[in-house]
Write a protein that binds this ligand. Structure first.
Ligand code: ADP
Ligand code: MG
Length: 212
């Protein structure tokens, strides 16, 4: 129950690719309201490049080094380096393992978040992907504290990410392109928080929760 395998992490990435490609038009639509209408194509191009590059990974750090470097090099927008940093930190935090427990999963995700925060300097309330990530990781840890079930924890993280995503709607953006709009950025859901909710939906699906 508590163990997450290399195969499940590959499945996480595959499901994330499927979600961002299936919902590419929605992500682009959200970014056309408060950005430059490329978040859908950025994420789809980036995750397709990732899945093409994966090959047969032998360890978690090796897998996520490939993922991170591919995203940084194939996505021009802000989201490429931010998601790229997230996955690079995730991998180096785990190391050369082929499976991890819930605690190690949490530590790796937290290191990824710290990488995004160091690079983008956004805080909760700035209307970015951080608004979905922070509550997701809070819910993941709260769930792991009550039971060592990575699947249930990922499911809780997904639902918290969705709430964090929805909470970006009334906010005025203080980071990224949307911040150029000032008050006019209010009234729209943040595209990056939306793709981050898909990231946790994909994780919950890969870990065998009710979310497919
Ligand atoms: P770009 O803004 O360069 O066109 P994308 O459209 O792919 O890149 O991604 C936009 C998303 O990136 C935003 O919706 C926001 O969630 C996220 N983002 C932008 N700047 C930052 C930042 N400094 N920190 C965290 N996330 C950010
Ligand atoms: Mg954009």
């Amino acid at each position: 129950m508590g163990v997450v395998t290399l195969e499940q992490l590959v499945d996480w990435l595959s499901r994330f690719r499927d979600l961002v490609t299936t919902n590419q038009a929605q992500l682009t639509e959200l970014d056309s309201a408060i950005g430059d209408a490329d978040h859908g194509s950025n994420m789809a191009r980036g995750m397709n490049a990732v899945m093409d590059k994966l090959g047969e990974p032998t360890a978690i750090d090796q897998l996520f080094t490939t993922v991170g470097m591919t995203l940084v090099s194939s996505v021009g927008g802000a989201s490429g380096p931010l998601y790229g940093t997230f996955f690079l930190r995730f991998g180096t935090t785990v190391g050369a393992e082929t499976s991890i427990d819930g605690e190690a999963l949490s530590a790796a995700l937290r290191a990824g978040l710290a990488g995004i925060e160091a690079r983008g300097k956004a805080e909760v309330g700035d209307k970015t992907m951080v608004d979905a990530l922070v509550p997701a990781l809070g819910a993941l840890d709260a769930s792991l504290a009550s039971s060592d079930d990575a699947s249930a924890a990922a499911e809780a993280a997904f639902h918290a990410a969705e709430r964090g995503r929805d909470a970006t709607e009334p906010l005025v953006a203080r980071k990224g392109r949307a911040s150029y709009l000032g008050d006019r950025s209010a009234g729209h859901v943040d595209p990056g928080a939306t793709s981050t909710a898909y990231l946790f939906q994909a994780l919950a699906g890969a870990l065998g929760g009710e979310t497919g």
